[in-house]
Design a protein around this ligand. Structure first.
Ligand SMILES: NC(=O)c1ccc[n+]([C@@H]2O[C@H](COP(=O)([O-])OP(=O)(O)OC[C@H]3O[C@@H](n4cnc5c(N)ncnc54)[C@H](OP(=O)(O)O)[C@@H]3O)[C@@H](O)[C@H]2O)c1
Length: 355
């Protein structure tokens, strides 16, 4: 039977990389976003706003996916608003597809905020989980839009009879432009600015993140796990962590990233030095760099998300992820973390997004 995928959020860091992988595996692949990109060969774009039910229903009329991948979110001022908006987006798309009765599996991407708490209370005292974080960890006693999104998936699955999976990545490393959170590209742009201006490549985060063990999630391994779970009976109706499968300390990786860009690495020196402040005046600097090297994206804000890199690298504890659950069920993919960064940097250079 033909597999028909609908990637919800197909221009994002998760959705874009997933769409590429689905197409290469022979899925008929639809990609939904408000501004879906058309340059990915083989992707069938669907332009719709998940918050506008009329336009969404019209855009999805006649689309009968077998596998739905929800890789979208919007950032709001408060967690209560995050819950309302991000819960509605999941509900609206699953409602719009309900009448077709074509859906066999829905995979939802959330993340480690499931264990660490929402942005309002991110990795703060009183809510810190035991590390490595494990899927069995109970929900925190805090409002969290991830829980609301999960609950929408469970309710629609009970109504429509599809199976589901939930996927919890750590910081996602991969290519995307104009998306909300992108640590790899943020560091690449920061390092490129350091190289051009002679500034040192300064660690922005906490002592705990500098010294502790960590891991990250390559967008490509996340895509692999999403497809594996969507097509493996044993993985049905389960939540899975997803990271590269190696661990590292930032004190080790930071020097390697600096070496790639040939800039001076400065480590933790007694206090947090937020990247958001460090890069606050870099908009015009980036514009000049883009002009000088004929780069495609002169708007720093469409490449860098310093606020998010600060949140992840500034956490007061080490954060690492247990990968045993999906491995025991047969998901054995592995990705080297230095290669996640180097591959991304090379791609950004090739596509004229960094010098
Ligand atoms: N990025 C990370 O490092 C990271 C780490 C851990 C967990 N996560 C989680 O992973 C999940 C997916 O996030 P992501 O980082 O992959 O997202 P992202 O890169 O910011 O992409 C979001 C996608 O959703 C689309 N979208 C946003 N609002 C929409 C709307 N109203 N209607 C239709 N499409 C809409 C965007 O395209 P348009 O703007 O064109 O609509 C884009 O394609 C989220 O739950 C996030 O918290 C992300």
């Amino acid at each position: 039977m033909n597999n028909i995928a609908l990637v919800v959020g197909s221009t994002g860091i998760t959705g874009g990389n997933l769409a590429e992988r689905l197409i290469s595996k022979g899925f008929t692949t639809y990609g939904l976003a408000r501004h879906p990109r058309t340059e990915l060969k083989g992707l069938i774009p669907i332009a719709a706003d998940l918050l506008d039910t009329d336009s969404l229903n019209k855009a999805l009329a006649g689309v009968a996916p077998t596998h739905v991948f929800i890789t979208t979110w919007m950032r709001n001022e408060t967690e209560a608003e995050n819950i309302r908006v991000n819960g509605s987006m999941v509900r609206n798309v699953l409602n719009a597809l309900s009448a077709q009765q074509s859906v066999k599996h829905v995979a939802l991407v959330t993340g480690l905020k499931h264990y660490l708490g929402p942005f309002d209370a991110y990795a703060r005292e009183g809510t810190l989980p035991e590390t490595p974080v494990r899927e069995e960890h109970p929900r925190l006693d805090l409002e969290n839009f991830y829980y609301a999104q999960e609950d929408e998936v469970y309710a629609a699955a009970a109504r429509d009879g599809f199976t589901w999976s939930i996927h919890r990545p750590h910081s996602v490393i991969g290519k995307a432009v104009g998306n909300l959170m992108n640590m790899g590209t943020t560091l690449a742009v920061y390092a490129s600015i350091c190289k051009e201006t002679g500034r040192p490549f300064r660690w922005p985060g906490s002592a705990a993140q500098w010294n502790g063990l960590s891991d990250v999630t390559d967008a490509r391994i996340l895509a692999e796990q999403l497809i594996w779970a969507a097509t493996t009976d044993a993985a049905a109706n389960q939540a899975f962590n997803i990271t590269n499968g190696d661990v590292f300390r930032w004190s080790w990786l930071w020097k390697k990233l600096a070496a790639w860009f040939d800039v001076e690495a400065v480590g933790y020196e007694g206090s947090i030095h937020p990247l958001e402040e460090e890069m606050a005046n870099d908009g015009p600097v980036w514009r000049e760099i883009a002009l000088k090297y004929n780069l495609k994206e002169p708007d720093l804000n469409r490449l860098a998300s310093a606020w998010h890199t600060d949140l992840d690298l500034g956490r007061p504890i080490e954060v690492m992820t247990d990968m045993s659950k999906s491995r025991k069920m047969g998901f054995t993919a592995f990705q080297s973390t230095p290669d996640s960064f180097y591959d991304l940097f090379e791609k950004l250079r090739e596509e004229r997004l960094i010098p």
